[in-house]
Design a protein around this ligand. Structure first.
Ligand SMILES: NC(=O)c1ccc[n+]([C@@H]2O[C@H](COP(=O)([O-])OP(=O)(O)OC[C@H]3O[C@@H](n4cnc5c(N)ncnc54)[C@H](OP(=O)(O)O)[C@@H]3O)[C@@H](O)[C@H]2O)c1
Length: 334
């Protein structure tokens, strides 16, 4: 089979498209013919910076993929040939809290990922694709969608009528907007681009702020909430945006701490004074993935794909993510 491999710390252009022996499923394992793989910012960081992440070479990148079950190993009861499936970011995280052992089974990080023609996964490391989605659409779900869902629903316990702050228009934030719309939650969204702001409005964002032309955007968020602040923030910016997100979140509100897009230092005092619940989020379990897919199926929700690339052009997809011109997800089709 063909697979992309991280073989050095040379970045995107050093990503190698190599031949590997076709994998065979062992007991309790499933062979999946990958039909699409989506890209997350984390996959880009892994390719650009494998050394501090202790990534051994060669390593197949990408946590996210969807495809067909083509063979099952001995004892597999959950799947049969022909089933359409998505891989789970963490192999074997069934439910409950994450553990250090589960953190050691991250596709495209601590174990080989999905940017390959075939993968072998644990039978409990897969979920069924929502029936109304294409492979490309389903391949966007395992990381970005699930992380947004965990921030809003599983941990944030956001309710209809509440207000949520979303930063930027990447994979996580666009899914978060779609989930807020289906839950009846008011959204305040930010972006650096007026063109993307127009798309956010088309998707039903209630309020939008250009964070480039309004660098003190947290003040605008406070104005838009009568000085109170939002109930929940989906924080993808990291250290460079967190203090503003804290300022924009109401007293006793919550922040899902997800992203590391920007650097800086953070003064934690206002987390204490405002009694804000700051929850670190690291994707989610298979049970929550299945809950999310039930909602996606019920509402016929369609992921927003910015661009789709052929397998041979996968490097271009990572360059596109680095350029940050995308809105929603970038997908590689196999
Ligand atoms: N903890 C987890 O489990 C988890 C899971 C998924 C992702 N993440 C992290 O979450 C972050 C987002 O991931 P992603 O895959 O959605 O990334 P992405 O698709 O590459 O999103 C990038 C977008 O973020 C926006 N952005 C960049 N700098 C910003 C800033 N200073 N303020 C506001 N928005 C900013 C930009 O939107 P505009 O172009 O509209 O300005 C940019 O296009 C990454 O750090 C990623 O590693 C963590």
């Amino acid at each position: 089979m063909k697979a992309y491999e991280i073989v050095s710390d040379g970045g995107i252009d050093a990503l190698a498209l190599n031949e590997r022996p076709d994998p065979k499923p062992g007991p309790g394992e499933v062979l999946v013919r990958v039909r699409a793989s989506s890209i997350n910012y984390r996959d880009l960081s892994t390719i650009e910076d494998p050394v501090p992440r202790n990534i051994p070479y060669p390593r197949i990148p990408n946590s996210d993929g969807a495809g067909d079950v083509v063979e099952v190993g001995a004892g597999v009861t959950r799947w049969k040939t022909g089933d359409k499936v998505c891989g789970c970011f963490f192999q074997g995280w069934q439910d409950g809290d994450i553990t250090p052992e589960i953190m050691g089974r991250a596709l495209g990080g601590t174990v080989d990922g999905m940017l390959a023609e075939y993968v072998v996964l644990r039978e409990d490391g897969l979920v069924a694709m929502p029936a109304h989605l294409s492979y490309e659409e389903a391949a966007t779900l395992p990381c970005a969608a699930l992380t947004a869902w965990v921030s809003l629903v599983e941990k944030g316990k956001v309710k209809a009528g509440e207000t949520v702050l979303l930063l930027g228009t990447g994979g996580v934030s666009v899914f978060a907007l779609q989930f807020c719309k289906l839950m009846g939650v008011r959204t305040i969204c930010t972006s650096s681009s007026d063109e993307k702001i127009a798309r956010l409005k088309q998707m039903g964002a209630d309020e939008v702020i250009n964070y480039r032309t309004h660098p003190e955007w947290q003040e605008r968020v406070l104005d838009l909430t009568g000085g109170r602040g939002v109930d929940h923030t989906v924080e993808v910016g990291g250290a460079g945006t967190l203090e503003r997100s804290i300022a924009a979140t109401r007293v006793t509100g919550s922040i899902g701490l997800i992203g590391v897009l920007t650097g800086g230092t953070v003064n934690p005092v206002m987390i204490m004074r405002k009694s804000i619940r700051l929850q670190g989020i690291y994707v989610g379990s298979r049970r929550v993935f299945e809950d999310m897919n039930a909602a996606i199926s019920q509402h016929g929700l369609k992921p927003v794909i910015s661009e789709t690339y052929d397998f041979a052009d996968a490097r271009q997809a990572f360059h596109a993510m680095r350029a940050a011109g995308h809105f929603g997800k970038l997908v590689v089709r196999l």
